[in-house]
Design a protein around this ligand. Structure first.
Ligand code: ZN
Length: 279
């Protein structure tokens, strides 16, 4: 089974890390819209630089849908004060996401403490942190999207590494919590299809796309354009859509030596071309 080919850009979103070094948020909002792309996912550093109110106004003017705010999470900390500070930072992220009318706040949950070998302890801190923010998220109506990250990031970025773990957290936390599925992180998982079925439409809050380059020169900043790697994106999209997912397809490419060195409009042109041919 494979996915129905995409024929227009009505569900294309660009995660603004894709044009991280070329454009400011203001330039992104206007530039994406000008190229017929009306979905955007926004990182908080650029959002702060622009100002939340100004960004919200521009997004309305250009009729942009914010498919995610990146990111909340990063819960583990060495002290109770540190863990509380992380929770409070997440509350602010939830409020900012709500002000932009975002579809979800993406959570990269955090890794192990420096010098620690205790991944179980880190995972407990993540669960505690999530318990500390879920009520606030429900109150303002902002869905929380847990993003499982590839296991190569388990130590330093996210100790939630599979869809199964993310589903377990959703079970534990209940309403208002779902998953951001990024093909870069989960394509290799032998349980992927079953865990997508387990998640179902309710929990599938975001679908991130790019590709897995061979060989990869940098584990964080060498993501490939769709079609330039080994991921069968149409197959994963077909599984997600079989569950009823009808949201955006969000291109998210961190690429310090390649795409970040090209003019933003050229990057977007290739994103659009590949979107119709290999996604
Ligand atoms: Zn992602």
């Amino acid at each position: 089974m494979t996915a129905k080919p995409l024929t227009d850009f009505s569900r294309l979103s660009i995660n603004d890390a894709t044009t991280k070094v070329q454009w400011t948020l203001e330039e992104e909002i206007c530039g994406y819209a000008e190229m017929g792309i009306h979905g955007i996912s926004i990182w908080r550093d650029k959002l702060q630089a622009c100002g939340v109110k100004k960004a919200a106004g521009l997004l309305r003017e250009e009729q942009m849908t914010v498919t995610g705010v990146c990111r909340g999470g990063m819960f583990p900390a060495a002290t109770p004060e540190g863990r509380q500070a992380a929770i409070e930072d997440n509350w602010r992220a939830i409020d900012d996401a709500a002000e932009l009318n975002a579809q979800c706040l993406v959570l990269v949950v955090g890794g192990m403490l420096e010098g620690s070998r205790d991944i179980t302890g880190a995972r407990q801190m993540v669960l505690d942190g999530l318990h500390g923010i879920v009520e606030h998220a429900r109150q303002v109506g902002m869905p929380l999207a847990i993003e499982p990250l590839h296991p190569m990031y388990a130590a330093d970025r996210a100790c939630v590494n599979t869809m199964a773990q993310a589903n377990d957290l959703c079970d534990a936390l209940g309403e208002g919590v779902g998953i951001a599925l990024d093909v870069f992180h989960v394509w290799w998982d032998p349980e992927l299809k079953q865990q997508i079925q387990r998640a179902g439409k309710e929990r599938l809050l975001a679908f991130h796309i790019c590709d897995w380059r061979m060989p990869m020169s940098d584990m964080l900043l060498d993501r490939a354009m769709m079609g330039d790697g080994v991921i069968d994106i149409p197959q994963i999209r077909s599984w997600v859509e079989a569950e009823g997912y009808d949201g955006f397809h969000e291109v998210e490419i961190f690429s310090k030596d390649h795409w970040w060195k090209k003019p933003a409009r050229e990057v977007l042109r290739v994103c659009k071309e590949r979107y119709l041919t290999v996604v």
